[in-house]
Design a protein around this ligand. Sequence first.
Ligand SMILES: NC(=O)c1ccc[n+]([C@@H]2O[C@H](COP(=O)([O-])OP(=O)(O)OC[C@H]3O[C@@H](n4cnc5c(N)ncnc54)[C@H](O)[C@@H]3O)[C@@H](O)[C@H]2O)c1
Ligand SMILES: [Zn+2]
Length: 363
Amino acid sequence: MEIVNLNLGEHSYAIHIGAGLLSDERLLNQEVTGASVFIVTSESIAPLYLAKLQAAFREHRVDTFVLPDGESQKNLSSYESIVGELLTKRHNRATTLIALGGGVIGDVTGYVAATYQRGVNFIQIPTTLLSQVDSSVGGKTAVNHPLGKNMVGAFYQPKAVYIDTDTLQTLPDRELSSGLAEVIKHGVLADGEYFSSIEQEMTALRSLQPESMARTIRRSCEIKASIVAQDEKETGVRALLNLGHTFGHAIEHLMGYGAWLHGEAVGTGLVMAADLSSRLGRITQSDAKRIKNVVASAGLPTCPPLTLSVDDFIESMQVDKKTTDDGLRFILINDIGVADLVTDVDEAKLRETLLARESLAEN
Ligand SMILES: NC(=O)c1ccc[n+]([C@@H]2O[C@H](COP(=O)([O-])OP(=O)(O)OC[C@H]3O[C@@H](n4cnc5c(N)ncnc54)[C@H](O)[C@@H]3O)[C@@H](O)[C@H]2O)c1
Ligand SMILES: [Zn+2]
């Protein structure tokens, strides 16, 4: 088993990574302090893993809550249903909430944990690659509002994260590729050597070769943990984790949420950020091509839909911009392994990248 520590003072916790952790009763009980646990999961995960997890808490009162699958469930109504069930079953402040599932389950359960009776013990058991390397690390919790994604939420750190790499065996290929986009992102923004190893091991990763996968999850968690440790509330360096996301969010938004998986949009967003970085003279064309090739080899799209116009894109990115007071801001690449937050990007160069979309699909 591998352990990555997230150092956040009194909010510090360990991320445990290994095969078969869902059967490790002793480990799973380490951070459970009260007499009851409440597990939240989804319809497709429950038949696969819920009984196994429940068995680890034989000594406790265990209640479970199963949500339908999908991003559309990450809303205030799910939040209210979970809180209602906690109250009906008389869970008090000593209870432990456990999220068993992907980022949707992790985000909504985390927000309930942050607010139920002003905050209760929280444990994450992420079961998608994306949630293992990204959403379960760093304490962002949220639900969506009809007027915007993740608009209601809190920073709330779990007491522990348990990543059972065996759970990836049942994950659909498309979801695996989606998680690989965030893995590639970590290499591009923080560690050139890691990027090279991802390039070399892509086939092993896509076939879930255990050592390769465990090493990759560990390195991605380390990178995210070290950035979050420097900037828990995203006032500075944590923004680098948004590499590829300004373009990616525009694709998700313009296509309608759900049409493209988040990681698919981020993969294409990375290719576009690399193209813009090379047009601005920050990286070579051959480095931009390396990034495009690794995104393609992960089974991800490299080109946004040609039906989207340049103006639609720019307008959508302006909306994204409203989250800050700066001008149009991007995370750009200075070298493979080094990224930088750049404000006031030259709009003419941005238009060039958007106009060159077709060439991004070519080899
Ligand atoms: N909190 C953060 O920092 C953060 C970061 C990135 C993304 N997110 C959020 O995460 C969400 C996306 O998460 P996701 O990509 O994990 O999607 P998801 O939670 O929707 O899971 C994808 C699908 O895979 C199924 N599934 C999950 N694990 C499985 C398994 N082991 N076997 C078979 N099927 C399985 C799920 O039921 C679901 O249908 C978005 O809401 C996004 O906003 C949050
Ligand atoms: Zn992301």
